[in-house]
Design a protein around this ligand. Structure first.
Ligand code: NI
Length: 181
């Protein structure tokens, strides 16, 4: 089932997600629907917050490391199919336990359509979480995958990538959104 995605500046995107207590059938169903929604919208990550479910759940499918993010952006813009091979990742109750390095990347978000901006993030992180079956795992991530994880975990805390932009850029974005309405 494809779920509706909340769009910036919807206040519900500011809700802090709560931890999942048990990975039961309702959680598994939500994870399945989140993957369907993410793939249908040609996104590389989706947080439960974005579908108005305020649980600490994130799904992701980041193309192989080394993928050119600009190429990916063009594919999203032209509405082309994302790369065929799927690498689904599900993080329940994720926590970043190690972070280092930095990298500036153009980011986009399904909740802020047709908008991209550079954000500085750590480029090497270690994260622990439960998988879609409730099994604990630890993942070391670099580059685009590391950036995507930080972007999605921010959603769970009610933070959007546009919050990192200058006040001027944020105002320009708001003006642009008003015009398109
Ligand atoms: Ni996002």
């Amino acid at each position: 089932m494809i779920l509706p995605i909340l769009k910036f500046p919807d206040k519900r995107l500011r809700t802090k997600a709560v931890a999942v207590e048990t990975v039961d059938s309702a959680v598994k169903k939500l994870v399945k629907n989140m993957f369907e929604t993410m793939y249908a919208q040609k996104g590389i990550g989706l947080a439960a917050t974005q579908v108005d479910k305020h649980l600490q759940i994130v799904v992701m499918d980041v193309p192989d490391s080394g993928a050119d993010y600009r190429l990916l952006k063009d594919q999203i813009r032209k509405n082309k199919k994302p790369p065929e091979e799927k690498h689904p990742l599900c993080f329940i109750n994720p926590k970043i336990i190690k972070k280092s390095g930095s990298e500036v990347h153009a980011e986009g978000c399904l909740s802020v359509p047709d908008y991209y901006a550079d954000v500085e993030r750590f480029n090497h992180i270690t994260v622990t979480a439960l998988d879609k079956n409730g099994k604990k795992f630890t993942l070391e991530a670099r580059n685009l995958l590391a950036i995507c994880i930080q972007h999605e975990l921010d959603h769970l805390m009610g933070i959007l990538f546009v919050d990192y932009l200058s006040k001027l850029k944020q105002q320009r974005l708001r003006d642009k959104l008003k015009k398109t309405k």
